[in-house]
Design a protein around this ligand. Structure first.
Ligand code: F0G
Length: 453
């Protein structure tokens, strides 16, 4: 039996559903790209878990009672205390979202020709490294590329690949480790792995930065799966995870349970100063960092709430529930399910559609037409490359991701999603691929357009 949600609903947002004919027209005029749909035309929005959380009454309360000021706001002091209590960091830069932290970090550390290894870069870290003239490199364990392979920590960095890489290259200014590994299914990274990456980083005198968007979900997996952590509290686990890092980038839009906000944590005093200086130019004075002060108050409270074990239990149970429904219906998904989403393996779902015809993108459009459900493509449109002649080079994984926003949807919403996916699976032989008619070079998937083949 499922445990009841550890909250009750105080405010509701009505949803309405267009007819199937209307949805077909909407997606056609959106160029078969769900980023171009109007949100009001979406019934269940699983595009992302980012910035989509339902905030608690405590967060709203703190937002209302904090004063607005340019410098020295009390919400900044609340955030300072939360960052120190939860992450064990005294130096940080406040930013409006994760990619702003990445921009500041890579602008101050990466130069033309440098390499940045990561277990797996997410699209924005990848693009931010490239934007500074660096080369992002993914060194995740091989199991990550096999959506059906078992394994508790399929997000881990491959230690021998990293070791070899660091011995070969002398222009690595920073090592990143993404917890959880969003790109390959929201898979967690073990404490042992964080410790080993940190040891290698120190041996080579290179700072280790966590991409910590989903730090609490990662800590939950460590508690429930890694030997020696069952009796530790989430807060203790989080503290230990961050103790191995020299810094972190954080989008509070995920495990900060907010609609906007981010943090760049930096231990080194010199680097921190540089980041603050650049932060002031592009984000604003550190005590507001590109936001209204109330957003800092929501973030300070949200970081604390996301480490609550009852909340994390409920959160994981929801993801697992949807994953189990799909798996039992025979639908190929990345298993075990990760921390924030269910990832459908579009390569296996549509084996006759080659990756150059964007099977995951096609499935994403089909699911919208089927039930008004908006997932997101994390496959060749998002992560594929283009050669000199403009030919598509497929991505290593081809996923349709159904991200579950935090504290937003009920079990009945998830039942409906599973029914719609199952009904598409029954008619999968009729689903064709897409032709891409437009895509900018960096982060092209946001603006890309397609036509049915
Ligand atoms: N790193 C990871 C692992 C992410 O998943 C994201 C965002 C970012 C960095 C950037 O954070 O959006 O606040 O600038 N991921 C969202 C997603 C957008 O849908 O997975 P941001």
């Amino acid at each position: 039996m499922l445990e009841p949600e550890p909250f009750r609903i105080k405010v509701v947002e009505p949803l309405s559903r267009l007819s199937k004919e209307e949805r077909k027209e909407k997606i056609r005029s959106a160029g078969y790209n769900v980023f171009k749909l109007d949100a009001e035309d979406v019934f269940i929005d699983m595009l992302t878990d980012s910035g989509m959380s339902a905030m608690s009454d405590r967060q709203w309360g703190k937002m209302f009672t904090t004063e607005q000021s340019y410098a020295g706001s009390s919400s900044y002091r609340l955030l300072e205390k939360a960052v120190s209590d939860i992450f064990g960091f005294d130096r940080f830069v406040t930013v409006h979202q994760g990619r702003a932290a990445e921009n500041i970090l890579f602008s101050t550390t990466v130069k033309e020709g440098d390499f940045v290894p990561n277990n797996m870069h997410f699209d924005t870290t990848y693009a931010n490294v490239k934007h500074k003239g660096g080369t992002p490199v993914n060194l995740v364990v091989d199991e990550a590329y096999d959506s059906g392979s078992p394994g508790d920590f399929k997000g881990n960095m491959d230690i021998s690949k990293l070791k070899e890489f660091l011995e070969e290259k002398d222009n690595v200014p920073v090592i990143m480790l993404t917890i959880t590994n969003n790109t390959a299914g929201g898979q967690p990274v073990s404490m042992k792995n964080i410790r080993e990456v940190s040891r290698l980083a120190r041996e080579h005198d290179i700072p280790l930065f966590l991409d910590a968007c989903r730090f609490a979900e990662n800590a939950f997996f460590i508690k429930t799966k890694e030997k020696g952590y069952a009796d530790k509290s989430i807060k203790e686990i989080v503290k230990e995870m961050f103790s191995y890092a020299d810094g972190f980038t954080f989008s509070a839009k995920k495990d900060g349970l907010t609609n906007i906000g981010g943090i760049l944590g930096v231990r080194n005093e010199e680097l921190h100063k540089k980041c603050i200086e650049l932060g002031i130019i592009i984000e604003g004075f550190p005590t507001y960092g590109g936001m209204a002060c109330r957003e800092l108050a929501a973030m300070a409270q949200g970081i604390r709430e996301s480490t609550d074990i009852q909340y994390l239990d409920y959160r994981h149970q929801q993801i697992k529930y949807l994953g189990d429904l799909l798996h039992e219906a025979g639908i190929p998904i990345a298993r075990p399910v990760g921390g924030h989403a269910v990832f459908i393996d579009a390569d296996k779902f549509l084996p006759d559609v080659p990756q150059v015809e964007f099977p995951a993108q096609s499935l994403t459009a089909e699911l919208y037409m089927e039930g008004g459900i908006r997932g997101v493509e994390l496959g060749t449109s998002a992560f594929g490359e283009m050669d000199e002649e403009g030919n598509v080079i497929p991505a290593p994984l081809e996923f349709l991701r159904l991200a579950i926003p935090r504290r937003v949807y009920t079990i009945n919403h998830l039942n409906f999603v599973a029914q719609c996916v199952a009904s598409l699976y029954e008619k999968r032989e009729n689903i064709k691929g897409l032709k891409r008619t437009y895509a900018p070079k960096l982060l092209g998937h946001f603006m890309a357009e397609f036509e049915p083949l």
